[in-house]
Design a protein around this ligand. Structure first.
Ligand SMILES: [Zn+2]
Ligand SMILES: [Zn+2]
Length: 557
């Protein structure tokens, strides 16, 4: 007997899903999309759109960005982008990818000021609708009821985002720490987090950066005290380098300078931009006036403090140029002191080390976070994570903002704290948060984009991969001129990036390879190209142990 085919209903279950387009494989490039509705017609919301900076892995690539193609394809049901805070790993891709998204951008006043500066640079300031919300505000985008909840972090007006989709709730933590004594801006909204915990939070999507560290982060108050102490006892000039966007730290350094009777000079465009944006939003009111960089040289050594960019060893930033004595206006001398009031982001150790070595050559003292409490991270350690779990009581914990090792450790930590469900997500996986158990239900197409000069290219078929090969073994060009009888009239070989001795032999090898071909095949241009290419590469491999890129062009006379 044949069973009657069961007529399946279309899947119209209303669900709440999370799709990270970036931010689960590394620290940087944050972009998380929340969707709600039946799978065939979901409404989408994007939280953050950041960049990750390119490194030697991708030569010539300035920044790496998430591919937002999946959202642009669903544009009709895409309701906008919400920014949690103004760090580059959360906003840096907006000016590059907004033309694809053409959406409203919702952010706090300070983030809006910094974004405006970037949008002006890209000629987008008129086009992008920036909708400004104060921290603590509630607003609605499509089916999503949203609330920006104040947290402490390392840039003004950082917020977590509470998302009520009507079919489940998620708390997107953004970047945060618990600083009971911040030196600027709002406190973390403990009361509000507790209230949400009482109402019920289905999923906490949470910062994992410092999950490997036990205890609690030191407060900015401790950093301020250390800076105050060091600067008060310094005899010569003092330079403090920190993240350009760390307004709270800038404020602490300025206060320490004022207490020690020092004038403050600012070096670095990014830092000046941040200060201007901060002042427009009412911060740094008590900081007083800053002096122009030209005045630095005229001030007595113990009456000046320089605040400058370059804490990550950026070669064009102020402190790197001061360290190699090439800054047009500023020079330090033996007896002066440089404070690195920042963490070295993994990957930047070499360049930061080079700057510190250059300072050492000039006999200038250096204090880093390894020597004294001159920096505290803006991300939660285990004690703070546990505290947040207790406030929010999430049913599900989804780790974000971390490398795989951080995400995995966060899952284990959350389980140990008694959170019932955890889900380790990868970029482009679509996870259902509600209803039912949290699980991966689908995958979105996509990848990564490279900003390569002025162009945006796909990371897979972009030119960075080819450049990596070129940088490893160089390139050989062969130009062969032939007549229609298959005779070689002229042969030219040019090599770049190959050892001298080897390059000199290439012409002979190419000719030998040509003569070794059966006469009939020599008339076939593509066979000649292929023979010359493979034999030159084989020759290099045998003699040198490397196979350069080889391009052969056959011309017919
Ligand atoms: Zn971040
Ligand atoms: Zn951040």
């Amino acid at each position: 007997m044949n069973a009657k085919p069961v007529k399946r209903k279309a899947d119209l279950s209303e669900d709440l899903v999370l799709l990270p387009l970036g931010g689960t494989g590394e620290i940087g490039m944050n972009c998380y999309c929340y969707g709600v509705g039946p799978s065939a017609a979901r409404d989408w919301l994007m939280v953050d759109l950041g960049v990750k900076f390119g490194d030697e892995q991708d030569p010539g690539v300035d920044v790496i960005m998430p591919d937002v193609g999946f959202i642009t394809k669903n544009r009709k049901r895409f309701h906008g982008l919400v920014v949690t805070h103004a760090h580059e790993d959360h906003i840096g891709a907006i000016c590059h990818l907004w033309p694809q998204l053409e959406c409203e951008v919702h952010c706090t006043p300070f983030a809006a000021e910094l974004l405006k500066l970037k949008l002006i640079e890209h000629g987008l300031d008129e086009a992008v609708p920036l909708i400004i919300h104060k921290p603590g505000s509630k607003f609605t985008l499509g089916p999503f009821k949203l609330e920006l909840i104040p947290v402490t972090h390392s840039i003004p007006e950082s917020c977590a985002l509470f998302i009520d989709s009507g079919h489940g709730t998620a708390l997107h933590s953004g970047d945060w720490k618990i600083d009971p004594t911040p030196q600027m801006g709002h406190n973390i909204a403990e009361k509000r987090f507790r209230e949400l915990g009482e109402k019920g939070v289905d999923a906490l999507v949470c910062d994992s950066t410092n999950v490997l560290r036990e205890g609690f982060s030191p407060s900015e108050k401790d950093v301020a005290a250390t800076l105050g102490d060091i600067i008060a006892h310094a005899k010569g000039r003092v330079a403090v380098t920190t993240f350009a966007s760390h307004v709270e730290r800038i404020s602490c350094a300025v206060r320490a300078a004022r207490a020690a009777g020092r004038e403050v000079v600012i070096a670095g465009r990014a830092m000046r931009n941040t200060i201007e944006a901060a002042r427009k939003c009412g911060y740094l009111k008590d900081a007083g006036a800053f002096l122009d960089i030209e005045e630095f040289g005229y001030l007595p050594n113990d009456r000046v403090l320089l605040l400058c960019t370059g804490s990550q060893g950026e070669p064009r930033a102020a402190i790197a140029r001061i360290a190699d004595d090439s800054h047009p206006q500023i020079a330090l001398e033996p007896g002066d002191l440089v404070i690195f009031s920042a963490r070295t982001i993994p990957g930047n150790e070499k360049v930061v080390g080079a700057v510190i070595n250059n300072l050492a050559k000039l006999d200038i003292g250096v204090i880093t976070a390894d020597d004294a409490m001159v920096h505290s991270s803006g991300h939660p350690r285990q004690g703070e994570l546990k505290q947040m779990y207790e406030w929010v009581k999430p049913k599900i914990l989804v780790p974000m903002h971390g490398e795989p090792r951080h995400l995995r450790a966060h899952v284990q930590f959350a389980k140990a704290q008694g959170i019932a469900e955890t889900l380790m997500l990868e970029d482009l996986k679509i996870a259902r948060l509600k209803p039912g158990a949290a699980e991966i239900i689908d995958e979105a197409p996509g990848g990564r984009l490279h900003l390569d000069g002025k162009l945006i290219v796909d990371s897979e078929d972009g030119p960075a991969r080819q450049r990596r090969k070129l940088s490893f073994a160089g390139i050989i060009f062969v130009s062969a001129l032939m007549n229609d009888k298959g005779e070689l009239l002229d042969l030219e070989v040019i090599a770049d990036g190959l050892p001298q001795g080897l390059a000199g032999d290439l012409s002979d090898r190419a000719e030998e390879a040509f003569t070794s071909m059966p006469r009939a095949r020599r008339k076939d241009a593509s066979a000649v190209e292929e023979t010359l290419r493979t034999s030159l590469r084989r020759f290099c491999d045998e003699a040198w142990g490397k196979k350069p890129v080889c391009k052969v062009v056959v011309h017919n006379a």
